[in-house]
Design a protein around this ligand. Structure first.
Ligand code: ADP
Ligand code: MG
Length: 386
């Protein structure tokens, strides 16, 4: 936190008016379901992005991150798709989206510092947007952090910033997690209507740990694969005569698949999305019943579906998942968009060191980059820090 105020002072030559924070997230289950109007179940992480900010009178936006890239400078009225260049578009995009929605937002200096690993599938992008959104909301008196309803509005604007200005066609899970999660809970987010239920997620009492394995493998959401998956889902929905794959109930899956038999791609994508939405429901039920072994099995089933039917896994993720399970995890899966990023494993506390050792040595054996580990606990959403 002091790193961000120090950075602000060093770059902009005065103190910020305040500091705001917004978390990264891991999604427990419900992958690639958000843009299908489906269900997701993320938790916010203790790792967060901090934004130190100060209003300016001249309509200029200046941005600087401790992650590098110098100072980005753009006039508010010049912010547009792809403008400014580089990482600054995620931050500037939030101000653009607020203005588009009719909020009176002026110029601002913002310094960024983050403990969320960037590009690790833990949503550093939404953490960045959430921190800037929280700062703008407070500094310009918009009151959008007031309650879950206003936070839902703010999350939607952050998503719009990422989609339109940063050009990343992502769904709304990351921003909802960053702005709407509460400590000790996962949120069950219905991406069709934005409705959130707070689901208690307490592993300690079960002697379990949610271990995150950051594979350090390449993770690039804006590349072609994501768009291809999205458009395949849209085509499948169209062929089935529904608005989105959410409209295919699990009980009708066999029938839907029968109608897609002529197209193996659409068949497999549909199989994943419809079964994954059901797994989210089953996971919530298992959590409510304290059936953590069942949660583990659902994690692993989700991974196999993402690997074989949605085809968004990679060797590093598969190795992390397989090795963790062999070493005693109740279940494991890739989390986030895929093609690298992070995996999660549900591990009995006493077995955590053994799982980490096993994954490290398997990675070494395969010549993969050394992975990083941390224990994820469910933290609260964006707020003013200072
Ligand atoms: P993820 O959200 O999974 O970490 P993304 O590709 O969606 O990965 O977003 C990563 C991008 O977000 C970075 O390439 C950068 O443009 C921006 N970003 C995130 N955090 C920071 C930060 N602390 N400083 C500067 N840019 C950041
Ligand atoms: Mg992201």
């Amino acid at each position: 936190m002091s790193a961000v105020t120090d950075h602000f002072l060093a770059v902009f030559g005065e103190d910020p008016e305040g500091v705001w924070e917004s978390p990264g997230r891991v999604n427990l289950i419900g992958e690639h379901t958000d843009y299908n109007d489906g269900l997701v179940l993320p938790i916010a992480l203790p790792q967060r992005t901090y934004a130190a900010a100060r209003r300016r009178a001249d309509g200029l936006v200046r941005l600087s991150s401790t992650a590098g890239g110098g100072v980005t400078e753009v006039a508010l009225h010049d912010i547009a798709p792809g403008v400014p260049d580089g990482w600054g578009r995620y931050a500037a995009g939030v101000l653009w989206a607020l203005r588009e929605a009719g909020h009176l937002v002026g110029g601002i200096d913002v310094a960024i510092d983050s403990t969320v690993p960037i590009g690790a599938g833990l949503s550093s992008s939404a953490a960045l947007e959430g921190a800037v959104a929280a700062a703008a909301s407070d500094l310009f008196g918009l009151g959008l952090l007031a309650d879950d309803g206003t936070r839902a509005t703010l999350a939607a604007l952050c998503q719009k910033a990422e989609n339109v200005i940063a050009g990343a066609p992502t769904g709304g899970m990351d921003q909802a997690a960053s702005l709407r999660c509460t400590a000790g809970h996962a949120i069950l987010l219905d991406c069709r209507n934005g409705h959130v239920s707070q689901i208690p997620f307490e592993l300690e009492q079960h002697g379990l740990v949610l271990l995150v394995i950051d594979t350090r493998a390449e993770h690039e959401l804006s590349d072609g694969q994501y768009g291809k998956r999205r458009s395949a889902c849209e085509r499948a929905a169209k062929e089935l005569g529904v608005a989105s794959l959410r409209d295919v109930p699990y009980s009708h899956l066999a029938d839907a698949l029968h109608r897609l038999e002529h197209d193996p791609e659409l068949f497999k994508r549909t199989q994943h999305v419809v079964s994954e939405i059901q797994r989210v429901r089953d996971t919530v039920e298992a959590l409510e019943d304290g059936e953590l072994a069942e949660v583990g099995l659902l994690f692993t089933a989700s991974h196999l579906s993402l690997r074989d039917d949605f085809e968004v896994s990679c060797d590093e993720l598969d190795l992390a998942v397989d090795t963790a399970i062999e070493a005693g995890a109740l279940g494991a899966r890739m989390t986030g968009g895929g093609f690298g990023g992070s995996a999660i494993a549900l591990v009995p506390s006493r077995l955590v060191p053994g799982v980490e050792m096993a994954v490290l040595s398997a990675y070494e054996h395969h010549g993969f980059t050394k992975p990083a580990f941390f224990r994820a606990t469910p933290a609260g959403g964006a707020r003013r820090t200072q």
